[in-house]
Design a protein around this ligand. Structure first.
Ligand code: SF4
Length: 234
């Protein structure tokens, strides 16, 4: 299927696959996506680790990988992105950039918008660049898992992403933390060194804190606020 497929055609493809692949494992879901969409798909990664990239690259070594380069990442996160390019030399990393640099955003909205209005900051620096990039594909693949958060408990393997107008595949949606860690360690997969320091869910540096032992891994994101999601997986 090409990027020229209509929205209605893609919606139908998603609906059929959602039913047929409801219990599919990660490899089966990825193989379906690659066979169906070829080059017309992209894998999203926040560079906390390269588990999803590794799984996808085993099926399609030259797969596109989307990284939202917000301008606020930890140096370690940029290091993982660069290491991915070395370990998976055929993968094409697509850096999605906001319209404004951090300095330009500060000039227009005032400094530290992430403290005063994190939803707007995420919209400007994540949601819009994501939408702009996804508009050029028919399918995107994410590492969302049901155990990530209560809001993700019903994440399907394949679904229709109405807001972005393309098929969304979540190959490891059903993975437990134990299954995830087992794959990561057994295969020597790249992982952001900040995880070992207690940053169990890594986003932009100003909005990511260490997590207390035993606490919800995502409790370190926008800590002290009611915000729990970037808005990428609405
Ligand atoms: Fe801005 Fe924080 Fe969202 Fe990053 S996570 S885009 S710094 S509000």
């Amino acid at each position: 299927m090409t990027a020229a497929a209509s929205r209605d055609e893609l919606r139908t493809v998603a609906a059929e696959a959602a039913e047929r692949l409801a219990e599919a494992d990660a490899d089966e879901a990825l193989r379906w996506a690659v066979e169906r969409f070829g080059d017309d798909l992209i894998v999203a990664s926040n560079m906390q680790d390269a588990v999803l990239i590794d799984l996808a690259a085993k099926v399609k070594p030259d797969i596109d990988v989307l990284f939202l380069d917000t301008g606020y990442h930890f140096a370690e996160t940029i290091g993982v992105r660069d290491a991915v390019a070395t370990v998976y030399p055929d993968v094409r990393i697509v850096d999605a950039l906001p319209d404004q640099t951090v300095a330009e955003q500060d000039a227009e909205y005032g400094p530290k918008l992430h403290e005063r209005d994190p939803n707007r900051c995420c919209h400007l620096r994540k949601v819009i660049p994501l939408q702009r990039t996804l508009a050029t594909y028919s399918c995107w693949i994410t590492g969302v898992r049901r155990v990530d958060a209560p809001t993700r408990a019903n994440t399907p393997i394949v679904t229709w992403d109405e807001r972005n107008g393309l098929v969304k595949v979540n190959p490891i949606a059903a993975w437990t933390d134990e299954e995830f860690d087992d794959y990561l360690h057994r295969n020597g997969i790249l992982q952001n060194p900040l995880v070992g320091e207690g940053y169990l869910s890594i986003g932009c540096a100003p909005c990511t804190a260490k997590v207390a032992p035993g606490a919800d891994p995502r409790s370190g994101r926008w800590a002290g606020t009611s915000k729990t999601e970037c808005g990428l997986h609405a």
